[in-house]
Design a binder for this molecule. Structure first.
Ligand code: NAP
Length: 483
């Protein structure tokens, strides 16, 4: 490890989700292996939350501990003494772009995407119409989410056939007992006791060959006790193009095969139609997740301001993997609609933003003033706000490596601006002057230890603290103990 000198490169990474932490890792690797100047590096990892790991903590479903295991890798990176965590610090409010330019040679924006894309159809504003992220952040215990979720629907529709739709559908049929081993805050687990959902319909506007599911995540649907998966056999038809895709793409083939297995199991049980299969599962006391394809939502219908149904246009395939309306509609009676049609990044104060793609215009991670425009020296971006909300967590590693490669190339060519106040203490003093209750690495470790203790008391690895106030209280008492 290179010991940073007084003239160390000062970098701020805004956002401590996977992309931000992987950017830290790439910066450390550069400093250890490629930095010819030997000046070393000191990185401030900023987050508006008092806790680390972004969507890994507040986006991955709690019943996916396999993916949460990535946290251990990220922990190792964040524990490097050259990385300084500054949590509970909001870019744009607590620190402005001008402040960043004053204190850092370079800033990497890695703030991700946590807003929901909208469908743009009538009825989206009705009570009972939700963006997936609203539900996900609630069940994942995001400190800013409302503490209660009102489960008022026996029948719900989830629009979209990606992995977020699978997470939402699976969580909608969970019981508090099934969530016992997970890290969710206790109030969320108890909240699942009010879950009256019986049937969840997952709606794809194209055919099954175009579903974005990954096979592993789709198969996991089968492992929820007390839930039957229902597939409409009539939906499992392919035109030539879809058949070709199914044969050439292994993932697509596995997804289609899994859906067919469920349809086949229904047939073998003497349940020819999806309606029969659904009725039989409900009569047996099961909950149902039902996949429906070739249906494009056109309106969320309501009565008395509440969702009462989802109107869908039946679609048919046209060349290019697209669909068109077949001129018929179908009304699905549901009391809740969850849109899982993709996330959207939010723009950042004074940072260029392309509203069309909801990303920061960039060239290999170098921020541009507009799409295809000129570079903004010293500003970089990584992760979902750089490239859009796609890919698995590991995709953010290569994405961050590219960005850091661009940054260090600029350092080597001398194009990074020199900040007037590079001393690491200067930014802490500024935040203190502004009365910001910074959660530093030590305070985060206290929050982490408290959550592990709460988990241990309940026989699990961790129980998340329920809100920001509890996190800040834990941080404060740790500080007062150490003084
Ligand atoms: P996604 O994979 O892009 O899926 C979005 C879905 O919404 C697609 O089926 C899309 O259909 C549909 N859609 C978009 N606009 C629509 C409209 N107007 N009407 C009807 N349907 C519409 O996005 P995501 O599910 O939000 O996932 C984001 C990323 O996170 C993905 O890379 C995903 O794999 C990853 N992720 C992974 C996991 C995991 O467990 N491994 C969990 C969650 C998320 P079209 O294809 O027809 O546009």
């Amino acid at each position: 490890m290179t010991t940073p000198s007084d003239s160390a490169l000062r970098v701020a990474v805004v956002g401590s989700g996977p992309a931000g932490v992987y950017a830290c890792e790439a910066l450390l690797n550069w400093s250890d292996n490629e930095d010819q100047s030997g000046r070393g590096i000191v990185v401030d990892l900023l987050d508006r939350l008092p806790v680390l790991y972004g969507l890994l903590r507040h986006g991955v479903a709690p019943d996916h501990p396999r993916i949460k295991g990535i946290a251990r890798t990220l922990e190792g990176i964040a524990a490097d003494p050259r990385i300084r965590f500054l949590g509970n610090v909001e870019f744009g409010t607590d620190l402005t772009l001008t402040d960043m330019r004053d204190h850092y040679h370079a800033v990497i924006f890695a703030t991700g995407a946590l807003d929901d894309r909208r469908l743009g159809i009538p009825g989206e504003e009705l009570d009972g119409s939700y963006g997936a992220a609203q539900f996900v952040t609630w069940y994942d215990g995001h400190p800013d989410s409302h503490p209660e979720w009102r489960f008022t629907a026996e029948r719900a529709a989830v629009v979209g056939v990606g992995n977020v739709a699978l997470d939402v559908a699976r969580m909608l049929v969970r019981t508090p007992e099934q969530l016992e081993p997970t890290d969710i805050p206790e109030h969320v687990r108890v909240g699942f006791g009010t879950n009256i959902t019986r049937v969840v319909s997952v709606i794809g506007r194209r055919g099954p060959a175009y579903a974005k599911f990954t096979p592993l995540e789709l198969r996991e649907m089968d492992k929820v006790d007390g839930t039957t998966i229902v597939v409409d056999p009539d939906d499992l038809e392919y035109d030539d193009e879809a058949r070709e895709l199914r044969e050439s793409d292994r993932r697509v083939g596995q997804v289609c095969t899994q859906l067919e297995k469920w349809a086949e199991a229904q047939r073998e049980a003497g349940l020819g139609t999806a309606d029969e299969a659904e009725a039989a599962a409900l009569a047996a006391g099961d909950r149902v997740v039902r996949f429906r394809f070739h249906r494009s939502p056109v309106e969320i219908t309501g009565s008395d301001g509440r969702v009462s149904g989802l109107r869908m246009e039946i679609t048919e395939p046209v060349p290019g993997g697209r669909v068109r309306g077949a001129g018929r509609t179908e009304d699905l009676p549901v009391e809740a609609v969850y849109r899982a049609v993709g996330y959207r990044s939010a723009g950042l104060e004074d940072v260029p933003f392309d509203p069309e793609t909801a990303t920061i215009p960039n060239d290999s991670g170098r921020v541009l003033d507009s799409v295809g425009g000129t570079a903004r020296p010293g500003l970089f971006t990584a992760g979902w706000i750089k490239r859009g909300p796609t890919g698995v967590i590991g995709t953010n590693r290569s994405c961050a490596v590219e960005t850091v490669g661009t940054l260090t190339a600029e350092l080597e060519t001398g194009t990074l601006p020199e900040p007037p106040r590079p001393d690491p203490q200067a930014v802490r003093d500024l935040l203190a002057d502004r009365g910001v209750d910074v959660v530093d690495g030590e305070a985060w470790l206290a929050i982490d230890a408290r959550e592990r203790q709460l988990g241990e008391d309940a026989g699990r690895e961790r129980t998340k603290l329920p809100g920001r106030a509890e996190m800040l209280d834990t941080a404060r008492s740790a500080r007062s103990r150490s003084h």
